[in-house]
Ligand binder design. Sequence first.
Ligand code: BGC
Length: 417
Amino acid sequence: MQTEKLKFPKGFLWGAATAAHQVEGGMNNDWTQWEKNNAKRLAKEAKDKWADWQQKKFPEMFDPKNYVSGRACDHYNRFEEDFDLAKSLGHNAHRFSIEWSRVEPEEGKFDEREIEHYRQVLQALRDRGMEPFVTLWHWTEPIWFNDLGGWTNKKSADYFSRFVEKIAGEYRDLVRFWVVVNEPNVSISFGYYRGSQPPGKKGIINFLRGFFNLFSAFERAVEAIKEIDPKAEVGVANSITHYDARIFPGLNFLITSVIEFFSKFFLRKAIPHCTFIGCNYYSRHLITWKRKKLDSGNRNDLGWEICPGGIYHVLLSLKKYDLPVYITENGIADADDSRRTEFIKDHLCLMHVAIQEGADVRGYLHWSLLDNFEFPEVRGFWPRFGLIEVDYKTMERKIRPSALEYAKICKGNEMEV
Ligand code: BGC
């Protein structure tokens, strides 16, 4: 069989991503409060939420402990060891988030020890030749901020921009890429409309307030960063799904355009402020009457369809914004690691086709470096997204075979197909 080598652009950034609450452990924020109050309910509801095969394969979902982040991966204390592993896997970039509740545990009072901690984290990445992508808000909020109404509070933008100003001022020598917020559309829908994740607010009024306040917080944060460092790169990590309508030939385009109009609302408003686009791609959303027939049936442990073709469509749809794109997340819940290698290669192959067709993609950060506390709607520990497996009892790390395959691509900046 003939093989071919796909070469990626010179200087391409390769790595993985994490978020503070999902890996660090020892948190005290709005999520930890929610977890305490809701773990039992979530364990009970697992029976109705997940399919039989998932319930059989992951009995942990019936244990309330699954829904309490607790020590998580203890990454707070083990970041050096984890970055050593990432470096050994050929990563030259890494995305992580700074936990607002650690840095500003009381309103207006910054904890200098935590600021020093994140300085060490950044320095550890720099020492290993890994470019940091720093997320400033990955869904968790300090308790005081939440008590004041979270993003529904008119002053939320003031609070957030004060935190961002402090952080950008502290680390301007170490950070070039700032991911100001992560997946605003997902977090505001789940946390402020459906109430299915912290802070558990519901209804359209909370949604609208949350959405627009978060947007002005984003705008103010960007202003603050650019004032401190005019050369900084700023962006948002957007969850971008490939909407694929198969309803009626003449209508499909219209349907997807309407859905995209709403789902990319934040992104479109954010574009004029950004110097790059962060793209989180996981799956396609099939809109059809005969879902079962069309669906490929190829699913990850969470039941999401695996659809590498979607990344190609998504990347081409971003071309019109004329900004560099970084894949800030793309990954698979795959506990036995039987599909991750293929998942990565297929997505990279389609990303490569998009690049050939003019998409300006400059980096790929796989979700995730480690198994972690899975976020949306508080799914907890059972879904396994890591290139590196974590034994939550012993905290032992084990590199998965797929991570070694991905390492070959990162190290060579090319992929054999
Ligand atoms: C989030 C991550 C999450 C991942 C997988 C994204 O929605 O940014 O925090 O773990 O998807 O569900």
